[in-house]
Ligand binder design. Structure first.
Ligand SMILES: NC(=O)c1ccc[n+]([C@@H]2O[C@H](COP(=O)([O-])OP(=O)(O)OC[C@H]3O[C@@H](n4cnc5c(N)ncnc54)[C@H](O)[C@@H]3O)[C@@H](O)[C@H]2O)c1
Length: 335
């Protein structure tokens, strides 16, 4: 399979590693920073600064998109219209209309789309999902996720028109798709935030279709250097907590990762390990394998859109001071 990789920044470097490890052919890269591109892939792989030219000249089977959010839709649409499958970094698009545009063009072109929700591939998260599926925890009653960061990243992330929002649309999206991965579909969202669509701090409360409740709380206002990321689950027969994926990748914490469970009345540590970069590599490799085999990836159009829909529901809730039912954001619903 011929893969074209667009964007060789922070996450593009991990995708590059995954593409190389997968055995796929790296047919070309698209990157505005030519020095970075040559440093990353050498002189053997063609470097472009325009995705249209890249597709025309190299005919890739798959375009892997690791670009700022506002570029996800135009690049994905160009790739799909030219007969390529697509893999997108999170979030699928900077807004819900963008997700629907990708869905429409994917449907018309008959091509497949994967969305890299890498934390689904973080081993402690997968173990937790297995525990839920096995019934050992009983029924999930509450999910609590937190994201405390100390300070912001610069660059395009400072421009909410490129991000499609603030912290919730960027790092917050991981918490949303994890909430749905563990708790199933969200039914309603009620949110409070400092400055909706350009937020530095937010609290979402969610009702899941299962009847469980959820809270996602995040903010940039931690002390310098903090990146605290964790998940806790309260269920009818047990509890579980995970000290998060990104807390370790940012280096705020060291030591071994922790999944702790309380089942049958006793807390126990689970030895499952995992690292943030491995979760990204696994996510990309599995999507590539599925697309090469002509299968829809585990995370695709449905899951990608669902996460962005919860973000949009949170923005509406915070702006309008009401609880937003997710049915309002169903594709094709009158808004
Ligand atoms: N899964 C994760 O944990 C994770 C972590 C970081 C970023 N991301 C996601 O990855 C994507 C990229 O984020 P990043 O942190 O790597 O950004 P980045 O700024 O580090 O890298 C973006 C790269 O794209 C290049 N670029 C920008 N415009 C371009 C254009 N028009 N044509 C070609 N190249 C262009 C830039 O030169 C830069 O090298 C975003 O969707 C972001 O949310 C995901």
């Amino acid at each position: 399979m011929k893969v074209a990789l667009c964007g060789l920044g922070e996450i593009g470097q991990i995708h590059l590693r995954a593409v190389r490890e997968s055995g796929a052919e790296l047919a070309a890269v698209c990157e505005l920073d030519r020095d970075l591109a040559i440093q990353s892939v050498g002189v053997e792989v063609p470097v472009f600064s325009d995705v249209g030219e890249l597709i025309e000249q190299t005919s890739p089977d798959l375009v892997d998109i690791c670009l700022p959010h506002h570029l996800h839709v135009p690049v994905a649409v160009a790739a799909l219209e030219n007969g390529c499958d697509v893999l997108l970094e999170k979030p699928m698009a900077a807004d819900l209309a963008g997700c629907d545009e990708i869905l429409r063009v994917a449907g018309e072109s008959g091509r497949r789309v994967g969305v890299s929700h890498n934390q689904v591939h973080f081993e402690p998260h997968r173990r937790l999902r297995q525990l839920i599926d096995s019934g050992e925890l009983g029924e999930i009653r509450a999910i609590y996720e937190r994201l405390w960061m100390g300070g912001k990243y610069g660059g395009w992330r400072e421009d909410s028109s490129q991000v499609g929002g603030g912290l919730l649309m960027d790092a917050g999206v991981h918490r949303i798709y994890m909430a749905e991965y563990l708790g199933g579909p969200v039914q309603t969202v009620t949110a409070v935030m400092d400055n909706p669509r350009s937020e530095d701090a937010f609290v979402l409360t969610m009702e899941f279709e299962s009847g469980a409740l959820g809270v996602i709380q995040g903010g940039y206002h931690g002390p310098d250097g903090v990146f605290d990321d964790r998940i806790e689950i309260q269920a009818s027969a047990g509890m579980a907590e995970i000290l998060g994926c990104e807390a370790f990748f940012e280096g705020d914490l060291d030591g071994s990762l922790r999944l702790r469970t309380r089942i049958d009345g006793a807390w126990a540590g689970d030895p499952v390990g995992g690292h943030w970069d491995e979760s990204v590599v696994a996510s990309v490799k599995e999507a590539l394998a599925d697309l090469e085999a002509g299968r829809d990836p585990e995370v695709g159009l449905v899951e990608g859109r669902a996460a962005v829909a919860v973000v949009e529901a949170a923005y509406r809730s915070a702006e309008e001071g009401r609880t937003v039912p997710m049915v309002e954001l169903t594709r094709g619903s009158r808004e």
